[in-house]
Design a protein around this ligand. Sequence first.
Ligand SMILES: C[S@@+](CC[C@H](N)C(=O)[O-])C[C@H]1O[C@@H](n2cnc3c(N)ncnc32)[C@H](O)[C@@H]1O
Length: 218
Amino acid sequence: MKEIFPGIYQKDDKLYTLNLRSGQRVYGEKLFRLGGKEYREWIPFRSKLAAAIKNGIREVPLRKGMKVLYLGSATGTTVSHISDIVGEDGIIFCVEFSERMMREFLKVASRRPNLVPILGDARKINDYKDTVENVDLVYCDIAQPDATEVLIRNAKKFLNPGGYVMLVVKSRSVDISKSPSEIYKEEIKKLKDAGIDIIDWVKLDPYEKDHAFILGKF
Ligand SMILES: C[S@@+](CC[C@H](N)C(=O)[O-])C[C@H]1O[C@@H](n2cnc3c(N)ncnc32)[C@H](O)[C@@H]1O
């Protein structure tokens, strides 16, 4: 087992995180015991952060004890791996506006004390500003046309100086009349204009068609 980024492991061609809740699966992933530790397989077809790692993103600035604001947590697939990485001393504020998704997500959050579920709209910061603390990273995967603007507004409000942003761009959600490459360029420019330095970005094909993953630093 090789640690390729802090808390992220690779064996053969598969990715893993150390299971924070031994014996428990979150989305049907395989568990793997080695050297007295339990790893959870991280499936790139199910998680865009895993897809970005498989596609060679240069850095994954997640660390033990980090505070994260995650916009669009859905049922918690990717959140659960970030929860493994930041560990018991970290915290992830998880914003999701679908009640159906949130009901499923609560099952995951009830078993992982580092998750704070927030039923709310990532466009309405005022609704959760009293719950969320300042964070080291804002992650945004909401599949909306204004996802980049939503990320920027949340980063300006909650991100510590020098903090990181991770943005999933779903090109078909932004504008179906333009090519994905054109859209990635435009969204990157919006981030730069907001004062975010782009560390790296990768396309997510073949795991997610017409998606890109952008990593930046504020
Ligand atoms: C593509 S899914 C996220 C998948 C998840 N990030 C993962 O990797 O496990 C997008 C989610 O964003 C949620 N969403 C969309 N717009 C939102 C908004 N304005 N505020 C909060 N959640 C939103 C949707 O309900 C959906 O669950």
